[in-house]
Design a protein around this ligand. Structure first.
Ligand SMILES: Nc1nc2c(ncn2[C@@H]2O[C@H](COP(=O)(O)OP(=O)(O)OP(=O)(O)O)[C@@H](O)[C@H]2O)c(=O)[nH]1
Length: 314
């Protein structure tokens, strides 16, 4: 198993041919608009977890798309919202830092509903940056006959700014190729930043932990909010099977009860689905052992946040 997914040897980064384009694209937007779903659709593999619960994405995650014409490094950012606790503040700060470090900003909105105050807040923020911005109207598959009114509500917010507006569905993939081509058009000529076969900058263990966390969010829904951190404690590899031991850290013993469920049913369901997802990820047989730990107030502690792999920036 590689330390990073499909990690090529760094020395195998080819020299870019003439006219090759490259750059970093920040996927920015409110929570739950479909940023992670879009990243997976663009990369063609699940590297970012998604869920109907908002604020799923916590860290910056890079997804790398290489074609024969260009290499785009997508930076998936946590949704921008008003933070209520230390973890929330770190999430929003990381998203804002990402804005400053990319070449193009892809602002994703949910076009199944009209624009609101949250969209205006982000758009006003982006009007002050120097990079080109593309407005992505996602969830086109959910648009009703009122779509013209909805599209107009977004177009009004970017009046006087020459931002291209592209409609697509991250879920079905409809329109995503047009989006990809528009991004490539806007990129500057540049080198390969990563080997062409690398699809993410994150270690495989990080994605494994995220796939487990995704099942917790999917299966426990609102009952266990965002007080869950998953850590991969040990990975044992053999030619036949990969054994993974992971801890689910929660803040209260009541949450431990919810995760374990009656007669251990919930933990079993989380384990079964997460195992299937991890098997797809590593393309091999997996044994997954999950255990639940109570870590009071971990979201308020910078030390714990750093231990659980969150980028804590001053
Ligand atoms: N119908 C439909 N649903 C979508 C589409 N894109 C995303 N979704 C759903 O919207 C929900 C949120 O998607 P995510 O990709 O997790 O959203 P996000 O913006 O990354 O969310 P945060 O991590 O909270 O910032 C999930 O249930 C997705 O399946 C789409 O194009 N159409």
């Amino acid at each position: 198993m590689n330390e990073n997914l499909d990690l090529g040897n760094l020395s195998t980064i080819p020299i870019a041919p003439e006219g090759f384009k490259s750059g970093f694209v920040g996927i920015i937007g409110r929570p739950n608009v479909g940023k992670s779903t879009l990243m997976n659709q663009l990369i063609g593999q699940k590297i970012a977890i998604t869920s109907p619960v908002s604020q799923t994405t916590r860290n910056r995650l890079q997804g790398i798309l290489t074609t024969d014409k260009a290499q785009i490094i997508f930076v998936d950012t946590p949704g921008i919202h008003k933070p209520h606790h230390t973890l929330g503040k770190i999430i929003v700060k990381n998203a804002k830092t990402a804005i400053n470090s990319v070449d193009i900003i892809l602002l994703v909105v949910d076009s199944s509903v009209k624009s609101g105050g949250g969209d205006r807040y982000i758009i006003d923020l982006l009007k002050t940056v120097n990079q080109p911005v593309i407005l992505g109207l996602n969830k086109s598959d959910q648009q009703t006959e009122k779509y013209q009114e909805i599209d107009e509500s977004y177009a009004n917010l970017i009046q006087d700014h020459n931002w291209p507006m592209i409609k697509f569905s991250a879920l079905t993939g409809d329109g995503v190729e047009t989006l990809q081509n528009t991004l490539i058009e806007q990129l500057e000529p540049g080198p390969y930043y990563y080997p062409p076969d690398l699809i993410t900058d994150q270690p495989e263990r990080f994605i494994m932990a995220e796939l487990i966390r995704e099942q917790i969010l999917q299966l426990t829904r609102q009952e266990v909010p965002h007080s869950v951190a998953v850590t991969i404690e040990k990975v044992e590899e053999s030619p036949k099977i990969t054994k993974i031991f992971a801890a689910i850290n929660v803040e209260r013993s009541s949450q431990k009860g919810i995760i374990i469920g009656q007669k251990g049913n919930m933990l079993k369901a989380i384990g079964t689905t997460a195992r299937e997802q991890i098997q797809k990820l590593i393309a091999g047989e997996v044994f997954l052992k999950l255990f639940v730990k109570v870590e009071p107030q971990w979201r308020q502690s910078n030390l714990r946040l750093a231990e659980f792999g969150y980028r804590v920036e001053e």
